[in-house]
Design a protein around this ligand. Structure first.
Ligand SMILES: [Zn+2]
Ligand SMILES: [Zn+2]
Length: 194
């Protein structure tokens, strides 16, 4: 079984920085495979936020791109529509979320390449993987290690599913985010472009 997600790889042209800001995400997002929009395939969604005071991001908007999905893959389409919402509302892409309906909670190599395109633009960007059938953890919040994982992905031109070597600094390629918080009081707006 494999997982493919390509929400928005074209957002990718800025050097990385340090990951310091904390981010608050609505608890609702973590509540199931697709409670927000019942669907059995693997929808991927883009989280947008606005930057509020004191170095904290609040995720305010969820954009679900038009996409082609199979039981274990999905491919975003019409990304121009996503960008126009983002630009109109002056939103900042802070990450993406997708589901592993029947797999464990991890970042596949394809997920890592997708995520690289977010993190290279916004150093705080994170990826949420919702894995309702994983008995050890039903969701994870991940980012590439920086510089180790970022350098591996920057230098990798492979596509599809492939192994990545470990960074030379001894860190893993990706890690769990410790600065993303679930916030029960946070509401968010949904743009469903499907
Ligand atoms: Zn995945
Ligand atoms: Zn690779």
């Amino acid at each position: 079984m494999v997982t493919l997600s390509f929400p928005s790889p074209s957002l990718s042209f800025v050097e990385s920085g340090t990951c310091s800001k904390s981010t608050h995400v609505s608890r609702v997002l973590f509540s199931g495979p697709d409670e927000v929009h019942g669907e059995s395939s693997e929808p991927s969604k883009i989280l947008r936020d606005v930057h509020i005071e004191r170095g904290v991001f609040y995720v305010t908007t969820l954009i679900i791109p038009k996409q082609e999905s199979t039981a274990n893959s999905c491919q975003a389409m019409n990304e121009v529509d996503v960008f126009s919402i983002q630009n109109e509302r002056e939103l900042y892409p802070v990450g993406w979320i997708h589901t592993h309906p029947s797999q464990g909670c991890f970042m596949s190599s394809v997920d890592l390449h997708t995520h690289y395109s977010y993190q290279v633009m916004v150093p705080e960007a994170f990826a949420i993987v919702v894995a309702p059938t994983d008995s050890s953890r039903s969701y994870g919040i991940f980012k590439l290690t920086d510089p180790g994982g970022m350098e591996i992905l920057r230098g990798c031109s492979e596509t599809g599913f492939h192994p990545h070597k470990e960074p030379e600094d001894g860190n893993p390629v990706y890690e769990q985010c410790s600065n993303v918080y679930k916030n029960s009081n946070l509401r968010f707006e949904i743009f469903d472009l499907r």
